[in-house]
Design a protein around this ligand. Structure first.
Ligand code: NDP
Length: 346
């Protein structure tokens, strides 16, 4: 292959508080020769096929903040999980040309990475490769593990999911349905609400952007109160839910996306309901559950089976080309995506 250009997205500027914009990232084209570039021992050169864009990346753009994951470096490529194809491997590597892998790469067409961080994937019939970034990947396992370990939904209970039409929320709602719960979802457009009701089998759903009051909408759709609240958004929605929780209710705190671009954090007022209603409110990071191999294997088997049997639907919002990643990322944070936000690179 002759020398080519590698299109890479560089982190240009910390957005500070408030909205991240495309100007905080820069698309550059670097001279690159995949056949001659040096690959050090234990490294491989991979070609990105599908790149995952995820809300947690917004937190990695806060360069001074302390978080569970280190921030992106100004002037360096942004990074994310991808399905990629091995193009060349260092001598002695367990991987070879053509192998399909999932792992952390640059927002780029080509990346040299340590093979230690890569997991080989087998292409499965009926399952698109990009699903390894969504329902069969980190967001799917977030839903599966968070429900099993914290939400613990039981048949007949009411489960409310915010951010319900996204990568994680769609899976949460459908697993809870499969367990015999009554499932209510909220999302930010009428089309997303339609998807939840007509395709994802939710019992009720509402557009949180057009309802007059979160409390009234929740009272209408959850007349028996809420037993499990899957919190993807935090802030004002969490505040509205707390007084409506039934005794001994569980709240897996998965995310707080309403706060990631906020210039002022929202102060939750109803935390005393934790005492009155004896609630469990527990945050978690999916990464902590990968060590539970039994849970992870059960997740993989069950989800693949449900996909094959068409018991679970999954959606993706796919943008094309690595240069589209900055606008796709901003768009995802603003709710343009339905289901998992993916960039198809090759
Ligand atoms: P999504 O696919 O749901 O995409 C983000 C969605 O958030 C948007 O589509 C938008 O949908 C919604 N959103 C944006 N702003 C707001 C707001 N102000 N209020 C309510 N909703 C908003 O992303 P994921 O499914 O990947 O992630 C969902 C949540 O789960 C995030 O908070 C993320 O950080 C968290 N997460 C946590 C993990 C963990 O280990 N704890 C792992 C993975 C994800 P809409 O149109 O409905 O507004």
């Amino acid at each position: 292959m002759p020398a080519i250009k590698n299109t890479v997205v560089i982190f240009r500027e910390d957005p500070g508080q408030g909205w991240v914009e495309e100007k905080h990232m820069e698309v550059v084209h670097k001279d690159f020769d995949p056949d001659t570039v040096e690959i050090k021992p234990e490294n491989v050169l991979v070609k990105t096929l599908f790149l995952s864009l995820d809300p947690y990346m917004r937190m990695r753009m806060a360069t001074g903040a302390k978080s569970y994951i280190h921030p992106f470096q100004i002037g360096e490529p942004l990074q994310g999980t991808a399905v990629a194809e091995v193009y060349r491997a260092a001598e002695g590597s367990k991987l070879q040309k053509g192998d399909l892998v999932v792992g952390m790469v640059d927002w780029a067409e080509w990346t040299i990475v340590s093979e230690k961080g890569l997991t080989k994937v087998e292409k499965k019939a009926d399952v698109p490769l990009s699903y390894f970034l969504g329902i069969l990947g980190m967001p799917g396992y977030t839903a599966y593990a968070g429900l099993e370990k914290i939400g613990e939904p039981k048949a007949g209970e009411t489960v409310y999911v915010s951010g319900a039409a996204g990568a994680v929320g769609l899976v949460v709602g459908q697993i809870a349905k499969a367990k015999g719960c009554r499932v209510i979802g909220s999302a930010g457009s009428d089309d997303k609400v339609k998807l939840l009701l007509e395709e994802a089998n939710f019992d009720a759903a509402f557009n949180y952007k057009t309802v007059k009051s979160y409390t009234d909408a929740l009272k209408e759709h959850c007349p028996k109160g809420i037993d499990v609240y899957w919190d993807n958004v935090g802030g004002e929605m969490l505040d509205a839910v707390l007084p409506l929780m039934n005794a001994h209710g569980r709240i897996p705190v998965c995310g707080a996306i309403s706060q990631y671009n906020a210039s002022e954090p929202y102060g939750v007022k109803n935390l005393s309901m934790l005492i009155k209603s004896k609630l469990k409110l527990q945050g978690f990071i999916v990464g902590d559950y990968y060590a539970d191999r039994e849970l992870y294997q059960r997740f993989q088997q069950e989800i693949v089976q449900w996909i094959k049997e068409k018991k679970i639907v999954y959606k993706e919002h796919v943008d094309e080309g690595i240069a589209s990643a900055p606008s796709a990322f901003v768009g995802m944070l603003k709710g343009r995506n339905t289901g998992k936000q993916i960039v198809k690179v090759v």
